[in-house]
Design a protein around this ligand. Structure first.
Ligand SMILES: Nc1ncnc2c1ncn2[C@@H]1O[C@H](COP(=O)(O)OP(=O)(O)O)[C@@H](O)[C@H]1O
Ligand SMILES: [Mg+2]
Length: 268
């Protein structure tokens, strides 16, 4: 068995990044680096720039200043490096965008669609189908491989979405509120899956999460954004109630002592 270190070198690093969207400055001078084999959660109230930060990390949003460096590939403002980095990056979407009439395995194979025309009538090569089966196995869905995704539960569909990201064998896995449509128990289970994949495969996982309890449970590290700036960057265990109140001021104000502490803070 191959053993990977519990934390590796940084895979991607953003240096003094500022982003403008429309006429507004959305991210201000943000610097952070993201190690391999680790799960980082990005938290903060709605509109604070979390999705924008993921967009910067996958190269869809170009910073107005500062830059993003992807390991040995180089800076993302270079088109060749950007293409290479995007090949090694997979993003999981909240709505998981599956095709209901296709089987789970065929949806997973769509993760490889940039390797060929998505509507190609040719059967997928055996090697690709094997990779898809392995990805489904990783998310515990191998026994439902031939089931149409329209017949799967929300949580199962979400796991197909994760398998479709994994089949690309990414080094960087990004998720924008990937558990928003699943119940807390399943979110916890999927979170644990991300964590074990990070450690086992040396993946760099970065998730925008709006459930703080989940962020604390599954992430090694939390980055708290406030007003487009990094207000906290440290171990998930150090993200205490005081920090929470600082980063989510409206939540702290609206919470009465009788209410449970944990919760869903914002959902876009
Ligand atoms: N395409 C866009 N054009 C202009 N402003 C945008 C665009 N997308 C997002 N914004 C603004 O940028 C800010 C940050 O958005 P976003 O990164 O989506 O925040 P979050 O994900 O934390 O809710 C918000 O004020 C939002 O209104
Ligand atoms: Mg968002």
């Amino acid at each position: 068995m191959i053993r990977v270190p519990s934390s590796g070198p940084d895979l991607i690093r953003i240096e003094r990044v500022s982003v403008r969207r429309g006429h507004r400055a959305v991210l201000h001078d943000v610097s952070a680096s993201f190690p391999t084999a680790r799960v980082t959660a990005i938290v903060g109230p709605s509109g604070v720039g979390k999705t924008t930060l993921l967009g910067v990390l996958n190269g869809l949003i170009a910073p107005a200043s500062g830059h993003v460096v992807f390991d040995d590939v180089g800076r993302l403002d270079d088109p060749t490096s950007l293409r290479a980095a995007r090949h090694q990056t997979a993003t999981i979407f909240q709505d998981h965008a599956l095709i209901g009439r296709l089987s789970a395995i065929d949806n997973v194979l769509l993760g490889l669609a940039d390797a060929r025309h998505p509507l190609s009538p040719l059967p997928w090569p055996a090697a690709a189908r094997l990779r898809a089966a392995k990805a489904l196995d990783d998310v515990g869905l191998l026994d439902l491989a031939t089931r149409r995704t329209a017949q799967l539960s929300g949580g199962e569909r979400q796991r197909v979405g994760v398998a479709r990201a994994l089949i690309r064998r990414p080094r960087l896995l990004l998720g924008d509120e990937p558990f928003a449509s699943v119940d807390p128990a399943l979110a916890q289970q999927l979170g644990a899956l991300f964590r074990s994949l990070a450690v086992r495969e040396g993946l760099t996982v970065i998730l925008v999460l709006h459930q703080l309890q989940l962020a604390r449970a599954i992430a090694d590290r939390i980055i708290g954004l406030s007003d487009g700036r990094v207000a906290f960057d440290g171990a998930a265990s150090a993200f205490d109630a005081e920090l929470e109140a600082r980063i989510f001021p409206s939540l702290a104000l609206s919470q009465s002592p009788s209410q449970p502490k944990e919760t869903i803070c914002s959902n876009d």
